[in-house]
Design a protein around this ligand. Structure first.
Ligand code: PLP
Length: 449
């Protein structure tokens, strides 16, 4: 389905100017060929050649409400006409309302929001709050995680993107989290993996000195690192360790929040209440940059009569908050979270198991809601990944190329394909995507065989 208003000269100019003047994230600038996107709607985007692609990436796993949702687009336009910007020290109706909607969905007594521009700075501020309230310096986070690209957030990250940024790391300690498929604990069951992962974490706490640890920071479900839903009881177990040792528990729901897993928040779904919860992405589907920290009463109280030493010009920007109010309202009204859950249980879950049975290159499939990973291996017995952690390989490059050729924009990382479409995806779109992935896996089987 070719985009009817495609203007090849405009596309060529966009590309040429991009290559001349735009400096891209995480890239060797001379070695990339960015895809021009000219249009998007619902679950689809159109590339610079006019091809329609099913967006199984949700861009960077953020367009939970799909592309160009008219209700959200209108809310932003309305707000731009009413009050386009306001300084953070003033009160504003959209910010107040967005904070209420977020707090009502967050678990427990998390009743205040500090708004940021995105997920990395949300984690930076959560860590700052934890250090200030405890008076302790260290923060523990897991290997195989991503917490953002700013200095503390990238130091806390547990993937190779951290390595070139490791100078200036101060007080960050990494530990192993549960990951049964590649168990660090020689476990063979979820129960064993959970128990041993918690015992390992407790040892790290004891050996680092509990009195030196301000916080433990965890993604509710590690996302970019592999979509590894924690075994039952793991998050509750970390909560208990934090309580035992007076450590602040920060849960990063930047990628998992606002519907991705078929719930508003994973914490709520699991009955676990952190002290600080960070969010971004799905809060307004990234239509305008927004993130934040939802703060427990206990930590907020610490700053009742002592200034919080941090702020941003755009904290609680009215355009971003108007987009959040609209996105949350429409997600609730249209049952979008339930849709994500249903697509996970009725379509992705069972169909991916079938694909795994048919394709020798599939080592494991795992996930929930519209948040799934296919782990590709050269051999199911050795479980050797088709690409190294944080790297690519000819097999992965071919998987991406074949997906696009067949009409699907994939999200890939290391040796995995992630299925992360909008939460609004219909069953027939989900099946269309699976049909393409099936063909891509056949190609991968051939290359690995
Ligand atoms: N935390 C998690 C779990 C993420 O997935 C991301 C981004 O992918 C971030 C934090 C950083 O968010 P941002 O890119 O908005 O700074």
């Amino acid at each position: 389905l070719v985009h009817p208003e495609l203007n090849p000269q405009a596309v060529a100019r966009t590309y040429e100017l991009d290559r001349r003047h735009v400096f891209h994230s995480w890239s060797a600038q001379a070695e990339i060929t960015p895809m021009v996107i000219t249009r998007a709607e619902g679950s689809y985007i159109w590339d610079g050649e006019g091809n329609r692609l099913l967006d199984f990436s949700s861009q960077l796993v953020n367009t939970n409400i799909g592309h160009q949702h008219p209700y959200v687009v209108e809310a932003i336009a309305d707000q731009a006409r009413t009050l386009a910007t306001v300084a953070p020290q003033h009160a504003n109706d959209q910010r107040s309302e967005a904070a209420r909607l977020i707090c009502e969905r967050a678990p427990g007594e998390l009743n205040r929001v500090f708004f940021t521009n995105g997920g990395a700075d949300a984690n930076e501020h959560a860590v700052r709050m934890a250090r200030l309230t405890t008076g302790r310096p260290k923060v523990l986070s897991r290997y195989r995680s991503y917490h953002g690209g700013t200095q503390t957030a990238i130091n806390l990250t547990g993937d190779p993107r951290r390595w070139p940024n490791d100078e200036g790391t101060s007080g960050v300690v990494h530990f192993f989290g549960p990951y049964l498929y590649r168990s660090h604990f020689d476990a063979t069951t979820e129960e064993e993996e959970c128990r041993r992962a918690l015992a390992h974490l407790e040892q790290v706490i004891e050996l680092e000195g509990p009195q030196t640890i301000a916080a433990i920071l965890l993604e509710a479900v590690p996302g970019t690192a592999g979509i590894m839903p924690p075994p039952p009881g793991y998050l509750a177990g970390v909560r208990a360790l934090c309580d035992q040792y007076g450590i602040v528990f920060i849960v990063d729901e930047v990628m998992t929040g606002f519907g991705r897993t078929g719930a508003w928040f994973v914490c709520d779904d699991e009955g676990v209440v952190p002290d600080l919860l960070t969010f971004a992405k799905g809060v307004n589907s990234g239509y305008v940059p927004l993130g934040g920290v939802v703060i427990s009463d206990r930590i907020a109280e610490h700053f009742a009569h002592r200034p919080y030493p941090g702020g941003l010009t755009y904290s609680g920007h009215p355009l971003a908050c108007a987009a959040a109010v609209a996105a949350i309202t429409v997600m609730e009204r249209d049952g979008i979270i339930d849709n994500a859950r249903r697509i996970g249980t009725d379509v992705f879950g069972p169909e991916l198991v079938r694909l795994a049975e048919r394709h020798p290159s599939v080592g494991e499939v795992r996930g929930r809601g519209v948040f799934w990973a296919i782990e590709l291996v050269t051999d199911q017995h050795t479980r050797r990944p088709v690409a190294p952690t944080g790297g690519s390989s000819p097999v992965m490059a071919e998987a991406v190329r074949a997906s696009k050729e067949l009409g699907l924009l994939p999200f890939t990382n290391s040796g995995r394909i992630h299925l992360v479409p909008p939460c609004t995806i219909t069953e027939s779109e989900a099946r269309e995507g699976l049909h393409i992935i099936d063909q891509v896996l056949s190609r991968v089987d051939t290359l690995c065989g």
